[in-house]
Write a protein that binds this ligand. Sequence first.
Ligand SMILES: Nc1ncnc2c1ncn2[C@@H]1O[C@H](COP(=O)(O)OP(=O)(O)O)[C@@H](O)[C@H]1O
Ligand SMILES: Nc1nc2c(ncn2[C@H]2C[C@H](O)[C@@H](COP(=O)(O)O)O2)c(=O)[nH]1
Length: 318
Amino acid sequence: MSAHCAPFKRMLKRITSDLKLCVPCSWLHCTVGFSHGRVSVNTQLERVMEPRRFLQHSSQRHSTNQTMDAIARVKRLSIEGNIAVGKSTFARLLSNAGRNWEVTPEPVSKWQNVEEAISQIRQPVPSPQQTASNLLQMMYQDPKRWSYTFQTFSCMSRMRTQLQPPPVRLLQTRDVAVQMYERSIYSDRYIFAQNMFELGGINSTEWAVYQDWHSFLVEQFGPKVQLEGIIYLRAPPQTCMERLTRRGREEEKGIQLDYLETLHKQHENWLINKSTKVHFEHLKNIPVLVLDGSLEFESDSEMQTKFITEVTNFLQEL
Ligand SMILES: Nc1ncnc2c1ncn2[C@@H]1O[C@H](COP(=O)(O)OP(=O)(O)O)[C@@H](O)[C@H]1O
Ligand SMILES: Nc1nc2c(ncn2[C@H]2C[C@H](O)[C@@H](COP(=O)(O)O)O2)c(=O)[nH]1
């Protein structure tokens, strides 16, 4: 396919999916705002239920089409890599590169306080005791009990992130606009959930249930949760171990090198050897940019420029 054809095809695919699933939704996201707050969720529901009321003027329909075009033009990628390899650090570098690149961090704080995370989305249920469940800690302390629960919550939070429309800044630009996510609903399954199943933290029934709803959701949301590319920040597990120790996140104190080695293998199988069985067509031949995460780029501006150039070149090929 020619370089001119690919964005057009992508745009068509996303518009068709928007029309099928929720035209007013995508319009609403861009005209009312991107909040997950209660007000916009309610407004969103009204608009889904009464689309004609909201799209009655041709000028509005015109602006809807423009918005959908703008959304379709944004390229979406995920940044993948082992724990503490440097994804957040690399994401900050990209965010500060002065391009139309937006990087959404992994929602770790939501996993560290489940009730708080949920209350930001829905009306909290009044309870005599205000609890704060740190699901990340619970998962590391008792993986057999909590891994499945963790994967449902992590995948839900990633799903929400990937369904968010791009910020207005990206929709308004005429240049190449890129939305990147730190990890994705795909690494949730093909790295972590799979690894937990292989290590015995998730049993075969839980694994079957996880895969069933994961496939169902990805198929239902279709192009809305698809990616155009992946950046794999790759480093030896030993390097990740050293960085993890240096970072000193409380919940990760018990992590051993062999856990990072199993995760490294999962990354290699999925993104390098391509031996992981993936279940979604668009993911089978997805372009992967492999970057050497062991390089210490934080205080090396030459290396930073090199990384940014590599990403820029990769994006041009998508
Ligand atoms: N390229 C790098 N070279 C040296 N140290 C790094 C590099 N990238 C990250 N670090 C350090 O490693 C630790 C983990 O980095 P972080 O970006 O939080 O990893 P991740 O988001 O992948 O878990 C932090 O202390 C960070 O300062
Ligand atoms: N069991 C799982 N653990 C996960 C998943 N996603 C992230 N994590 C853990 C790994 C780290 O301790 C922490 C944040 O990861 P970083 O690499 O960004 O530091 O959360 C998952 O899907 N399952």
